[in-house]
Design a protein around this ligand. Structure first.
Ligand code: PEP
Length: 246
């Protein structure tokens, strides 16, 4: 399976940072064996999409309705209209800060499909849940509740992102990542049959140039979702290079 390295810029990036998108795109072009994407603020998508052919440009969030009386919101169709090819759903920052439920996330997955966007569906346990021995149950519960029944590998990927590893510089052990990705793979195959083995499972949470090679070598780690290290080419490129070598 081709690995996917996707960046999540979160609420970072003004028009002045478009040159950072350009340098990231130029850098990743050296590794055509890896699929790459950058999910940037909606305000930058139209300026970035189309200009950078070696990397997919994506958005981060949207309202699940196609249009209507939702002041301040944008739809998946609007992201696609601006040139986005993919989106992120179920990120723990939105589950926690915006109170998004598994049902909301499932609705957004269907909205992404309706608009022709690929989706990266995030799942992950908090530190308290891991300490209580509930990490796998929590993650598989989120997967079951937020993945739509007609999910297919051509448009959906899963990202396992332990909440306590996001932006903290801490990562789980290789054994813990291996066990969680195997559990997710088992659940995907049980639910979606053969196609479940083709759905990419990314790892996310403090991945960087120093730890990417060991994380990406773990079975069923089919790529990475990268936050902080996706903002600059010199941080993002070593991760893409590690994916190319894995
Ligand atoms: C994320 O927020 O999806 C993420 C992986 O962030 P970071 O790489 O900064 O931990």
């Amino acid at each position: 399976m081709r690995k996917l390295i996707a960046g999540n810029w979160k609420m970072n990036g003004l028009l002045a940072e478009l040159e950072d998108v350009a340098s990231i795109c130029e850098a990743v072009a050296a590794h055509p064996s890896v699929d790459t994407a950058l999910c940037i603020p909606a305000t930058l998508i139209r300026s970035a999409a189309g200009r950078f052919a070696d990397m997919a440009i994506g958005g981060q969030d949207w309202h699940m309705a196609a249009s209507g009386a939702h002041t301040g919101c944008i739809s998946a169709e609007m992201l696609a209209d601006a040139g986005a090819k993919l989106t992120i759903i179920g990120h723990s920052e939105r589950r926690a800060a915006q109170g998004e439920s598994d049902a909301d996330i499932r609705g957004k997955a269907l909205a992404a499909k309706r608009a022709g966007l690929a989706a990266i569906l995030c799942v992950g346990e908090t530190e308290a849940e891991r300490d209580a021995g509930r990490a796998e149950a929590v993650v598989l519960g989120q997967l079951e509740g937020s993945m739509p029944d007609d999910a297919a590998s051509e448009w959906i990927s899963v990202a396992y992102e332990p909440v306590w590893a996001i932006g903290t510089g801490r990562i789980p052990s290789v054994e813990d990542v291996k066990a969680m990705h195997a559990a997710i793979r088992g659940a995907l195959v049980a639910r979606f049959g053969t196609d479940g083995s083709n759905i990419r499972i990314l790892y996310g949470g403090s991945m960087n140039g120093d730890n990417a090679a060991s994380l990406l070598a773990i079975p069923d780690v089919d790529g990475g979702l990268i936050g902080g290290a996706s903002l600059k080419a010199d941080k993002f490129l070593p991760i893409v290079a590690a994916a190319a070598a894995a």
